[in-house]
Design a protein around this ligand. Structure first.
Ligand SMILES: [Cu+2]
Length: 463
């Protein structure tokens, strides 16, 4: 393991020290509970810097952790106190379509000072999150996101602590203010808006003391616009037990974990660092490892490590049967800098690359920049859908399907874990399959938000 240093700013802020506390959660008793998108101010950078004006749910970053037991209802009155329209998408929830929160597809955007009642059932236990689905490339970069935790009704894993860690990167200037440049074609045509400052739960140096041999469940969520995290641990040993909310049939030893935008991972880790030392969750960057979260070890929870944990109980997702006879579609991903997009259909007519870029459309699916009028797939409820995705761009993409979890089908027919967001490397081809048993219009898009806004968006209809 390489040395672990405190994160340093590449953009001017100097090394930081010390730990910040989590923002206290506010519990409100009224029914329905309000979830208010509004401006706020948060100490994202070290204390020697000013607070950062943000947009947050209930004015905070992250927004309140919303918890519910599997199979129960969540009701929130979303109130928009921003100066621009917004909406709330409940990422990864196999939700009723009208509650999916996609402005322009499942509902109109909620105007400033207007509200919308979200009311839905959560069918699957696991780690999910919520964020806007209107101008998300700006609204999420300004801090609008929060965790949605669906608890196992009983028989959750036995742990000493359960921590939600929302990992984000920000583009801040030297005064720790959110840098402008939203809509920059440089970002849109390349990797997206990559930040220069990383926080966990809105804190520059998130830290929790823990005893040795304690067992923790860590719920990791990548809330960044476009950054892919490569994670490792030190002084923490354990397993990946769920991906994108869905339990793995067999927990995987935690070695290295890639977390693309919008992806989640649930870990069960035991603290193996010695008393007086520190354990870390580390982000591997080009120039070394940086501590995202630290766990100073004080005392001991027990004398030896616990046994290997059992797999979590599965969620009630319709099992994928044989794939013969499945409804098939192909999605070719094109565009971006150094890519091969020659000109695409936009508003129903062929447009040149230069003209496309002038209106911000620099990516395309099957030759269409932006939402096509007809869905990529129209499936009957209960049909199996099989989609081949071919990334013909020079960039990785994090492909997210709304309302359904899919499995990746290997060239040899192997079936990957259930996911809602798939990271695809440049020039990679992947196949996904799922049983389309959730009726409605479902978005399929890149979760690198600048890519999505730049044209990487299509939809499926399940009738
Ligand atoms: Cu992308």
């Amino acid at each position: 393991m390489r040395h672990v240093t405190r994160r340093q700013f590449s953009g001017g802020l100097t090394a930081l020290a010390g730990a910040s506390a989590l923002h206290p959660m506010t519990a409100k008793a009224s029914n329905p509970v309000d979830l208010i998108a509004r401006p706020g101010s948060v100490q994202l950078a070290p204390a020697s810097y000013p607070e950062t004006p943000i947009w947050g749910y209930d004015g905070d970053v992250p927004g309140p952790v919303i918890r519910a037991v599997q199979g129960t209802r969540i009701t929130r009155r979303f109130v928009n106190r921003l100066a621009q329209p917004s909406s709330v998408h409940w990422h990864g929830i196999r939700i009723a379509n009208a509650m999916d929160g996609v402005a322009g597809l499942t509902q109109p955007a909620v105007a400033p000072d207007d509200s919308f009642l979200y009311d839905f059932t959560v069918p699957d236990a696991g780690t999910y999150w919520y964020h806007p689905h209107n101008r998300s490339w700006e609204q999420m970069a300004r801090g609008l996101y929060g965790a949605l935790i669906v608890e196992e009704p009983q028989d959750g894993p036995e742990v000493d602590a359960d921590e939600v860690l929302l990992i984000d990167d920000w583009r801040l200037n030297d005064d720790a203010q959110i840098a402008g440049g939203f809509g920059s074609m440089m970002d849109w045509a390349h990797a997206g808006r990559i930040g220069n400052w990383i926080t966990v739960n809105g804190a520059a140096a998130w830290s929790r003391p823990t005893p040795r041999h304690a067992r923790m469940r860590l719920r990791l969520v990548n809330t960044a616009n476009a950054r892919i995290f490569s994670l490792q641990s030190q002084g923490l040993e354990g397993w990946v037990i769920a991906l994108d909310g869905m339990p793995l049939e067999v927990p995987r030893p935690l070695v290295k974990l890639t977390l693309a935008p919008a992806q989640r991972a649930d870990l069960i880790v035991d603290v193996t660092a010695k008393e007086g030392a520190e354990a870390f969750l580390i982000s591997q960057e080009r120039d070394g490892g940086y501590a995202l979260a630290s766990f100073p070890v004080t005392g001991a929870a027990r004398t030896v490590r616990l046994e290997r944990p059992d797999a979590l109980p599965g969620n009630p997702v319709t099992p994928l049967g044989p794939l013969d006879g499945a409804r098939q579609a192909t999605l070719i991903m094109e565009g971006g800098a150094m890519g091969g997009m020659r000109g695409d259909m936009m508003d129903g007519r062929m447009t040149g690359m230069r003209e496309m870029a002038a209106v911000g459309k620099v990516w395309a699916f099957n030759g269409m920049a932006d939402m096509p009028e007809t869905p990529l797939v129209e499936a009957k409820r209960g049909e199996t859908v099989r989609i081949t995705l071919r990334n013909e761009t020079a960039w990785p993409h994090a492909m997210h399907l709304h309302g359904n979890h899919f499995r990746q089908i290997g060239a040899d027919g192997s079936r990957g874990p259930l996911r809602d967001t798939l990271l695809m490397d440049r020039n990679e081809t992947a196949e996904i399959a799922f049983v389309a048993d959730n009726p409605g219009d479902w978005l399929l898009h890149c979760h690198m938000l600048e890519h999505s806004a730049g044209g990487m968006m299509t939809w499926l209809r399940v009738s």
